[in-house]
Design a binder for this molecule. Structure first.
Ligand code: LMR
Length: 338
């Protein structure tokens, strides 16, 4: 065998990469009982709300189970990307993922509520909704098949970037934007006369660099950690849509855990969710401060007057999706809006 082949095999063994096995038992730990390894795959960088929350969760699980459950994190889409991670979870090729709500909305249309432009005014409104009836309805909607919903982790509100200023609705005409896989996001850009296409997040830097897309929308922490400011000239602080993540586990994996380990995971998850609720905003704010201080990209802060125009421009998008989202979810959202 060539030394190259030996290295490849060693890397695969070392990373615990085994297909179709919901839970890995590490037999080296024989004297200590069975050790469980949970592979947690996500698509963003470590220095983002999701990346930091995943590391924190892994550490809390290690402490609470005295190392008997190891959450092994695969960031930056090294295992699966946003197009195939949900299928991989259902097939047991990975045990945990935390996809964006937008990407899950193609499977669960109730979730489209989060992508309606300016549907949520601030983080408090999201928190109130997710802690109440709206959250219950949405968790029920995703708890289907071989998937267990564990939590909703915050990132924050999305902003827009391009190589030209994005101030008036007309500025979007004819431009092309990369979006996550949500039909609402496609309509949002179509309403402005722009084109939108879904592609995976880990391809985006290169695609912005080579001009496949003129622009994109994302949170500041994602724009900053993926260095989109190097390949985009303009950033507008829009806050028009919320980016959060449903943290999901393969149901067979969950059912295969003993009661103590399940309890430890629930506690670790609750503590992490509380932490990310408090710190996600700060992480995005710090990204903004660095972008501003070091003049890494031209920034426009949308005014209240401009926001009115935008809300008007996006009105047709709301009416287009109310049927798909369904009465129950729309009613709960309307109560929050009041
Ligand atoms: C995206 O644009 O795909 C990101 O928002 C992905 C993520 O998980 O934050």
């Amino acid at each position: 065998m060539t030394s190259f082949a030996v290295i490849i095999i060693a890397v695969f063994i070392g990373s615990g990469f085994t297909m179709n096995k919901p839970t890995i038992y590490d037999d080296e730990q024989t004297g200590l009982g069975k050790k469980v390894v949970i592979r947690f795959s996500h698509v963003v960088a470590e220095n983002t709300p999701k990346g930091l929350a995943a590391s924190r969760f892994a550490e809390l699980v290690r402490l609470k189970t005295q190392g008997m459950v190891e959450v092994r994190i695969y960031s930056n889409a090294v295992l699966f990307n946003d197009n195939n991670e949900f299928q991989a979870l259902q097939d047991g090729k990975v045990e945990m993922i935390a996809p964006s709500i937008s990407n899950l909305s193609t499977f669960f249309p109730q979730l489209l509520i989060f992508d309606l432009p300016y549907a949520f005014d601030n983080e408090q409104m999201i928190k109130k909704g997710m802690d109440g009836k709206l959250g219950q309805l949405l968790f029920q909607s995703i708890s289907n098949g071989n998937v267990k919903g564990l939590a909703l982790w915050d990132n924050g509100f999305k902003q827009m970037t391009a190589n030209q200023s994005l101030i008036n609705p007309d500025d979007f005409k004819g431009l092309s934007f990369r979006v996550m896989a949500s039909p609402v996001l496609h309509s949002q850009f179509q309403a402005l006369g722009a084109n939108a296409k879904t592609d995976s997040f880990n391809e985006l830097y290169r695609q912005l660099e080579n001009g496949t897309y003129d622009g994109e929308e994302n949170t500041l922490s994602n724009i900053y950690s993926k260095r989109f400011y190097q390949v985009q000239k303009d950033l507008t602080i829009f806050n028009h849509g919320y980016l959060g993540y449903f943290v999901l586990m393969n149901r067979d994996t969950w059912n295969g855990l003993n009661k103590n380990n399940q309890q430890a995971i629930i506690e670790a998850m609750n503590e992490t969710t509380e932490w990310v609720r408090q710190y996600a905003k700060r992480i995005n704010q710090e990204a903004l401060e660095d972008l501003m201080e070091n003049k890494m990209i031209r920034i426009h802060f949308q005014t209240e007057g401009e926001k009115k125009l935008w809300k008007e421009a996006f009105r047709p998008v709301h009416s287009q999706f109310t049927n798909q989202i369904g009465d129950q979810v729309i009613k709960e959202w309307q109560k929050l809006k009041k």
